[in-house]
Write a protein that binds this ligand. Structure first.
Ligand code: HEC
Length: 289
């Protein structure tokens, strides 16, 4: 294999590795940033939801309950869950890519029913009572989401008045939600989890696009560099060496001795050409004598 081919192969390998390395690193960084951004957005939304919830249950609800009779129940006024769900449904209309669910094993309101993945999440919280929050990524219908979750436990009479024995529940509630689901919960049980979902699909797709662009630019540069190296090697290395070897061959045979070497380069090959030129002149002198 010629010098040029060998050199080209080495350069192609080095450039190839560099391109793949840079593209892959860029993808990993973008992916990490996408997840970090999703996390901070998720935390923002989650904390806001929890804050509205706390304000409602500490400040508003006691006043509301004073106004109405014990047995009356207006979900939009008296249930933090209804309020949170209603506000988030409106919020979602203007901002896609976010979701919030009060995922529950056996809910009063059917859309709150935990799906298979959420059921496992709730079981995990039930199995690790010290766990206050949990976060990570998950896939649903081929889409990747960052999620943040918080368990919800039944805390005595506060909850069992409405989620315990159906006969004790406010009549209005039974009328609205029926009497089959959302009752007979047990004190201390982990029955539900708040879960915020933030889609990272667009960000991940952008990260992929960025990496592919880098690969393509790298491949283009590689091609241009290889063509440049090829031309340079041809002009300054391979051609002169071929000519010099022919010339040296001729000198050894005593042929074409009148014709000078004719290569003037300011480098190692130029030095070699100079030496062969001096060899030719010595040969000419010796033969003349
Ligand atoms: C005054 C009655 C009442 C009380 C007290 C009450 N809830 Fe509820 N709860 C409801 C109603 C009504 C809903 C349905 C909300 C909706 O329509 O989204 C609900 C919904 C929920 C949900 C969402 C799943 C579902 O059933 O739709 C969870 C979880 C929940 N409650 C837990 C609790 C916990 C824990 C407590 C105690 C800290 C509690 N609730 C106290 C009436 C009550």
């Amino acid at each position: 294999m010629g010098i040029r081919s060998r050199f080209m192969i080495i350069m192609a390998i080095i450039f190839g590795i560099a391109t793949v390395g840079i593209g892959t690193a860029s993808y990993m960084f973008s992916k990490r940033n996408a997840l970090l951004e999703a996390k901070s957005k998720g935390e923002l939304i989650f904390n806001y939801i929890l804050a509205t919830r706390t304000f409602y249950s500490k400040k508003q609800r006691p006043l509301i309950m004073e106004v109405f009779e014990e047995d009356r129940f207006y979900p939009e006024l008296m249930s933090g869950f209804v309020i949170t769900r209603g506000i988030f449904d409106d919020f979602k209309k203007n901002l896609s890519g976010y979701n919030f669910k009060q995922a529950t094993l056996d809910p009063l309101y059917p859309p709150n029913k935990a799906d298979e993945w959420e059921t496992k999440l709730i079981a995990m919280f039930a199995g690790q009572p010290e766990l206050e929050t949990h976060e990570g990524t998950m896939e649903r219908d081929g889409e990747t989401f960052f999620y943040l979750a918080k368990p919800m436990k039944v805390s005595g009479k506060d909850c069992l008045r409405c989620h315990g024995d159906v006969n004790d529940a406010p009549k209005d509630q039974v009328e609205i939600y029926g009497s089959t689901n959302g009752y007979n919960w047990k004190d201390g049980d982990t029955v539900a989890a708040y879960v915020v979902y933030v889609s990272v699909e667009t960000a991940l797709a952008n990260a992929k696009k960025g990496a592919i662009t880098l690969y393509l630019i790298g491949a283009g540069c590689l091609l241009i560099a290889l063509i440049g190296i090829w031309l340079f090697m041809d002009r300054f290395v391979v051609n002169p060496i071929v000519r010099l070897s022919i010339k040296a061959e001729e000198i050894s045979l005593g042929k074409n001795l009148e014709e000078s070497v004719g290569i003037k380069q300011n480098d190692e090959i130029g030095a070699l050409a100079g030496a062969i030129e001096r060899l030719r002149m010595s040969m000419v002198r010796i033969l003349k004598r």
